[in-house]
Design a protein around this ligand. Structure first.
Ligand code: NAD
Length: 335
């Protein structure tokens, strides 16, 4: 029995592939390599000394995706393939809807055809939009304020409807808050530095003098210091959330959603202070206007995941930053 991981060469996917392969699961990876490189899988194979079957396939390509299901005995799917840039989604909303929403629908249709009914979906805290209650529970209404969040929310609706149509489905949406860091094997980190979007690659670039300064988008939010507040979660805790969700699939039916966050909100200024303390280096900072599509405060209640998945985040913000720095210092792309 095999687990198919879509988006398995990306930042989060590769960490999941590593952990599952290491513990002996049979894994097939599908990725179109639009945002990642296959070398990450080669490194994982080297580290685990295990084989990982790889298909360079776009999840929207029905025929190619069907071949993956025909050639492998797939039991369940962890679906991470998708684009994740909020600002790019505002510029290219239809492109995001096609890749993230239509691609996911295509995958679910192929799964049904091949009688595969178990899926864990990478959703996001962005489905909540601007929260009216904190910490955010899974019962908080979804009200995405950008096309990226909308693309995730629409997949969630589709999954919910599927579960009502046919009781064979076992579907889970994991709503990630803000994943950071790398694991000790350092085979993969957040590669989104090309887009200058995620906060850690931007901090690392400023630290390594690849960029002149670190840009803070907005210091006039209604928060304790004016900067945005987010719930950062270590990649290893996030991976464990998927392992717990795989266990939960064995005992559940229908559709479930779970937040994966630590429940602690840190402002951008607090993150910088922690980063500077660890690196013992003062960063150059520039304050820019707020970015469209960003919310002021977002942090999770992860009580539901603790109760039903028996999942507990363990790593601190310092662990996240330190591991990201260790990874960056060894990575050619940051030099
Ligand atoms: P990533 O860009 O590193 O990985 C995504 C992978 O999906 C890449 O390898 C890319 O090549 C692949 N991909 C994209 N579109 C594809 C398609 N149509 N067919 C096949 N492969 C495709 O991003 P990540 O940080 O690892 O994120 C993984 C998932 O988690 C994404 O769906 C993202 O939206 C979601 N998510 C990420 C974050 C975050 O901050 N990193 C937060 C919440 C949710």
């Amino acid at each position: 029995m095999t687990t198919l991981i879509t988006g398995g060469t990306g930042y989060i996917g590769s960490h999941i592939v590593y952990s599952l392969t290491k513990r002996g699961d049979k894994i097939v990876v599908v990725d179109n390599l639009s945002k990642s490189k296959k070398i990450t899988l080669d490194k994982i194979k080297e580290l685990t000394k295990k084989n990982i079957i790889f298909y360079k396939v776009d999840i929207s390509d029905r025929d190619e995706l069907e071949k993956v299901f025909q050639e492998n005995d797939i039991k369940n799917v962890i679906h991470l393939a998708g684009f994740k840039s909020v600002s790019e989604s505002i510029i290219k909303p239809a492109y995001y809807m096609k890749n993230n929403y239509e691609g996911s629908i295509n995958l679910l249709k192929v799964m049904k055809k091949y009688n595969v009914f178990e899926l864990i979906f990478s959703s996001s805290a962005t489905v909540y939009g601007e929260p009216f209650e904190l910490p955010i529970t899974e019962r908080h209404p979804r009200n995405p304020v950008n096309p990226y969040g909308l693309s995730k929310s629409k997949v969630e609706d589709y999954m919910y409807n599927l579960s009502k149509d046919n009781e064979d489905w076992k579907l889970i949406s994991l709503r990630y808050f803000n994943p950071l860091g790398a694991n000790l094997q350092k085979f993969s980190g957040d590669f989104s530095f090309e887009e200058h979007e995620n906060i850690m690659p931007r901090l690392l670039k400023a630290y390594l003098n690849v960029s002149e300064y670190f840009e803070i988008y907005g210091n006039d939010y209604d928060t304790k210091d004016g900067s945005g507040i987010r719930d950062y979660i270590h990649i290893e805790d996030l991976v464990n959330g998927h392992i717990c969700a795989l266990n939960f699939l064995k005992q559940t039916r229908g559709y479930e959603t779970f937040n994966l966050g630590t429940g602690k909100g840190y402002s951008v200024f607090e993150l910088i202070t922690c980063f500077e303390k660890i690196t013992n280096k003062k960063l150059s900072i520039r304050i820019s206007p707020r970015r469209s599509g960003d919310v002021a405060k977002s942090y999770a209640s992860s009580e539901k995941a603790k109760k039903h998945l028996s999942w507990q985040p363990k790593k601190s913000l310092e662990n996240m930053i330190q591991s990201a720095i260790t990874f960056a210092l060894q990575n050619e792309n940051f030099k």
